[in-house]
Design a protein around this ligand. Structure first.
Ligand SMILES: [Mn+2]
Length: 295
């Protein structure tokens, strides 16, 4: 692979390049353009394709880690089109992620709405019984039921906690009283409004060794991420987000991740690039050590 090759007109695969040897790839990108329970602005179904299109403009090299994540092998899978029914959707995602984990690959799901996380976490929990979930989000997503569904995006973390999984929630600034009362003692919330009072070390201490990272892009401040259905002021900025993610990936065993809830804006492409770069960063952090050692 010649990195100087222009890939901006390349295929609709992550980084604009088809993986030459998919069975040897260490990471699998799975686009899931699912959108059924969105409560406000619609358009997250366009998220995965927009992230992949923007990724074609990224450099292969990651200057921070000094590595080229592409060298780990990144295989972009065909879009998953789950059934509309949210419970069936969760089962379909579960089966697809199971396949990726069976192939010893690192699954990276692109949403779509945040409800896609439930199935991915369930299958990860089967393989890593002591799994914890690190959620980046403006919203606690702890409702028991929302709009008539238990599998709504607003219920994602409630289902995860009910599955017996340790949860740390970062960047939260929107929830309801009933959810909070239910979650008392069941989750650790790192409020956005208090962000100067806690550190990455506190977040790490709230997690077990095996971690699934779910990233709702509305965790970011709307100044850098206006492209989402339910934006909330007072969110995380880019550098402070990476300052949490980097040690999580280097000190824990991250077994899978997702980036959800991007609602691409036609008139503004920066947020879509931000989401694409976030995906690239997580892959860079995941394989940093392996890629350094293989040099
Ligand atoms: Mn959210």
């Amino acid at each position: 692979m010649k990195y100087s090759k222009l890939h901006s007109n390349g295929p609709l695969a992550f980084l604009g390049s088809e993986c030459e040897n998919p069975s040897k790839a260490k990471a699998a990108v799975l686009p899931i353009p699912y959108e059924e329970t969105a409560s406000y602005a619609k358009g997250t179904a366009e998220g995965p394709a927009a992230i992949i299109a923007a990724s074609r403009e990224l450099e292969y090299y990651d200057d921070e880690t000094g590595t080229t994540p592409w060298d780990a092998g990144i295989n972009t899978l065909p879009e998953l089109k789950p059934p509309k029914n949210p419970a069936k959707m969760a089962q379909t995602v579960q089966a697809a992620v199971d396949k990726i984990l069976s192939a010893q690959q690192f699954p990276v799901m692109l949403g779509g709405e945040h409800s896609i996380t439930i199935g991915a976490v369930r299958v990860a929990k089967k393989r890593f019984p002591n799994l914890s979930v690190l959620q980046f989000d403006a919203h606690a997503d702890l409702r028991d039921e929302y709009d008539g569904s238990n599998y709504s995006h607003a219920c994602t973390l409630r289902r995860v906690i009910e599955d017996g999984i340790t949860v740390a929630q970062v960047g939260i600034r929107s929830t309801d009283r009933e959810s909070l009362e239910w979650a008392q003692g069941k989750t650790k919330i790192f409020w956005a409004r208090n962000k100067s009072n806690w550190s990455a070390a506190d977040v790490l201490a709230a997690l077990t060794h095996d971690v699934y990272v779910t990233f709702d892009v509305d965790a970011f401040d709307p100044s850098i991420m206006p492209a989402t259905g339910t934006p909330e002021p007072g969110g995380l900025l880019w550098d402070e987000t990476l300052a949490i993610l980097k040690p999580v990936f280097s000190q824990k065993n991250v077994v899978g991740c997702d980036v959800t809830e991007l609602l691409p804006l036609k008139e503004m492409h920066a947020p879509t690039f931000t989401a694409a770069k976030l995906v690239h960063k997580m892959i860079a952090y995941k394989f940093e050590r392996a890629l350094r050692n293989s040099k």
